[in-house]
Design a protein around this ligand. Sequence first.
Ligand code: GLA
Length: 403
Amino acid sequence: MADEKSQKRFGMEIKVKEVVLTEFEKVFGAGDGVRAYFAPGRVNLIGEHTDYNGGHVFPCALTIGTYGAARLRKDRKLRFYSMNFSGRGVIESSLDDLKPGKEAGWTNYPKGVMWAFEQRGMKLPCGLDLLLCGTIPNGSGLSSSASVEVLTGFLLRDFFGFPVTNQDLALIGQYSENHYNGVNCGIMDQFAIAMGKKDHAIFLDTADLSFEYAPIRLKGAKIVIASSNKKRGLGDSKYNERRGECETALAELQKVVKIHSLGELDEEGFLTYQDAIADSVRRKRAKHAVYENQRTLKAVQALKEDDMKVFGELMNASHVSLRDDYEVTGVELDTLVEEAWKVPGVIGSRMTGAGFGGCTVSIVEDGSIDRFIQQVGEAYQKRIGYAADFYVVEIGDGPSRLS
Ligand code: GLA
């Protein structure tokens, strides 16, 4: 017997599914063979900018994400429609034109995944019509693009029976993001989405993709996401630059110590070898990668010991490091976090995702959530000049076909 929470969730799923199927008929016409799907968004609790440094991450999938409806075609045409970008109407393409382009807009994400399947020898036998409806705010840092990628991979496997696991779907999504969309992202987002598990976070070692599910039992507290509403385009941001700085720092360290990634060093190791990094800015970047990885290990241990106080302190320290050493926060995220720290009942608060705009994640005691939203919201509006949005979120499962 499903509990009240999952009944509510199931009810919402049916509602969105109906909306998506009705809209699909309106846009692409009636007919048989339409299938509906869902892929979640993700939030990372701790372990930021460690996934391309061979470190650990600790994300979880959310119950908000991307809904999709799709139907195969008899020809090689691709037709896309997003309810989030309805102004753009139907965007047409073809399997013979899987090349990235500015004019393709958001369709670069599903097309990139189709391209990545073909690169792996899995040719798509026919085109399809695809309609999407995202319940994650776009560009908010909750991985709307990775959600679309995993959704696309999932439905291609479902329609064509490609022999790939959910972990492969994550790797295919990342490959498409790296090589089709030009963003050198790590594996965290696609992995968290493809492998999501209700009420669990994923403790993932990005060095070898070994992972473990950790139950998140927040007694008397919830995860609250605050969106800065400052839009962030990963490609435009300094994401690739940060990655390059870490790679250079690693190469400098490798002259004095035998490591494959920054994730192999602990704090002591970093202090011993840091002078090999010639530039002080690069030294700060590498320091963040090393210390953040260690914080993630400690945070997961604290969670196992049910020590939420320590977990929260590590979240706060993560933000400070992202602000001062990695320099990816900015006044919007700093305001949200620094105001959150002032609210009694906030266990921890930090920016989440790539940074440069996007969201913060906070763990807030139930009795303080209203005050948190009001107090942080007012201070943000006053300082930044426009409003932030707040979401009390739940941890959900990975992708699914909606029956
Ligand atoms: C983005 C990337 C991830 C990860 C985070 C920072 O979300 O897609 O791979 O690097 O930034 O932790």
